[in-house]
Design a protein. Structure first.
Length: 491
């Protein structure tokens, strides 16, 4: 099973839907993190506010008691005032007064010794009142509540104030103020609901915006796809309209147009190559057929040795052309790769110079190099390359051909220079095209197939080298540059 199949089962195939889902998923993760932070921050701040409210209420109650005034029971914040030696509460308010109006005090009485002042919030267990079923949202009956306390010592109250409060003169009072828990919880709950609704609406909006934004961005891509689908091998002249926005779609359209142009050029080159190959094959075949037909029509008057010679010459030409076409086909389909073999180009050039025979022009061929020059590659390819250069030089040389090999930095530079008529500057690159012959090389017998230099350049490129025609005052000079192979020291 392909590793991508489980993902494809749930991930949408559409780029627009996928982008919308990815944007919504990312936004959901971000919103969850923000919601978690807001939830805890709201709860913390709400708790801090309720503690401050409880502290203010505690101070206000203590001030009233010190003046001998019993606080009113109507209070938003629950509180209770207890005293030593008294079973009922001195005063209570809020939810505590409603829940325990007919019972003794709920909060613990102050200790007889070790009077404490204002203390931080602490927890107090409130007993259950079975006769009270609260209707308000905060049930004080039964449970542990956080409270703030403050003690009022006997010396802080005069006998008249103590009597007004209904406590003994030596009684100690303790004030309890409940830190309301539901305030922070209610605020947090409201905030959570608002965040949930806003988050869901935001996710829908983000997904919709991402979907339509990607849809709008992909409109030029769809137009490019439709137009590219209409391009065929027989008519690759269609071109994509490049948007004037200058963004990535414009770069894509430009790249596709460049690719289509290369395909068009390759198709045109292939058509020219096929036409040229057919023309080159037709000429020797026509000559061969005509010679055989004349010989067969007039057998008694035919010079059979001459006819056989002509037939053999045309057959050799067809064989050479077929070999060149097959080699070009192999070069077109194989990418340049570094061959592990190491070839000494100097030794190869000296061997070819000794074996070469120029019987028609009687030109001299010399190689004035003796130092080894190693290059990585295929020995057969290098031999074919040098033979093509020497064949070309032999066809055009007047009296002299010189082969020179030297090392130049990290390159092996091989030159083949003849003293022939040379090549015009405007034809310096055209001579490397396939089936190209200049005016002085139109002869089918001496001009070759027109593929020698093209094959030589393709072989040079395949071995990461270059083959160029360098300008000289007289004759033609072809320069071959190949990467120099490092020499190894034998032990």
């Amino acid at each position: 099973m392909n590793a991508t199949e489980p993902r494809r089962r749930w991930w949408p195939r559409s780029v627009r839907a996928g982008a919308a889902l990815a944007a919504a998923s990312t936004a959901a993760v971000i919103l969850l993190g923000i919601g978690w932070w807001v939830h805890h921050d709201v709860h913390r701040q709400s708790t801090q506010i309720t503690e401050e409210q409880a502290q203010l209420q505690l101070r206000s109650l203590c001030a009233q008691l010190r003046q001998g005034v019993i606080p009113v029971p109507t209070s938003a914040v629950p509180y209770e005032v207890v005293a030593t030696g008294r079973r009922t509460a001195v005063a209570s308010g809020g939810a505590l007064s409603r829940a325990y109006s007919d019972t003794h005090h709920v909060m613990p009485a102050p200790p007889t010794t070790g009077v404490a002042g204002l203390v931080p919030p602490t927890t107090v267990r409130i007993p259950v009142n079975r006769h009270y079923n609260p209707r308000d949202k905060f049930d004080m009956a039964g449970g542990t509540q956080r409270v703030m306390t403050a003690d009022i010592r006997p010396e802080e109250l005069s006998s008249d104030k103590a009597a007004a409060l209904g406590v003994a003169a030596d009684a100690e009072l303790r004030v309890y103020v409940v830190v309301l828990p539901y305030t922070a919880e209610a605020n947090t709950e409201i905030t959570d609901r608002v965040l949930l609704r806003a988050g869901l609406v935001g996710l829908v909006l983000i997904a919709a915006v991402a979907y339509f934004a990607v849809r709008r961005a992909l409109r030029p891509v769809e137009a490019i796809r439709v137009l590219t689908a209409s391009v065929t091998a027989s008519d690759p002249r269609e071109r994509v309209t490049v948007p004037a926005t200058g963004h990535e779609i414009s770069a894509l359209a430009t790249t596709i147009n460049s690719t289509l142009q290369r395909l068009d050029d390759a198709a045109a080159q292939q058509r020219r190559f096929v036409a040229d190959a057919a023309h080159e094959l037709r000429s020797p075949l026509t000559a061969l057929l005509a010679s055989l037909e004349v010989a067969l029509a007039y057998p008694e008057r035919t010079d059979w040795p001459a006819a056989a010679t002509t037939t053999a010459r045309q057959t050799r030409r067809l064989h050479a052309l077929a070999e060149d076409l097959l080699l070009l086909a192999r070069l077109d389909t194989r990418s340049p790769t570094a061959d592990p073999d190491t070839v000494d180009l100097t030794a190869l050039a000296l061997r070819l110079t000794e074996q070469y025979r120029l019987t028609e022009r009687q030109s001299t061929l010399i190689c004035d190099s003796s130092a080894p020059a190693h290059a990585h590659g295929n020995p057969a390819d290098y031999e074919r390359l040098l033979r093509n250069l020497l064949d070309n030089a032999a066809r055009h040389a007047a009296h002299h051909i010189q082969v020179t090999i030297r090392d130049e930095d990290a390159w092996v530079v091989l030159t083949v220079h003849d003293d022939g008529p040379g090549v015009p500057i405007e034809d310096a690159e055209r001579i490397f095209e396939r089936f190209v012959r200049l005016d002085d090389a139109r002869s089918r017998d001496h001009g070759g197939t027109g593929l020698g230099l093209a094959i030589a350049r393709d072989l040079a490129h395949r071995h990461r080298g270059t083959l160029t025609l360098t300008p000289r005052p007289q004759g033609a000079c072809f320069q071959l540059r190949l990467p120099l192979a490092p020499t190894t020291t034998e032990e």
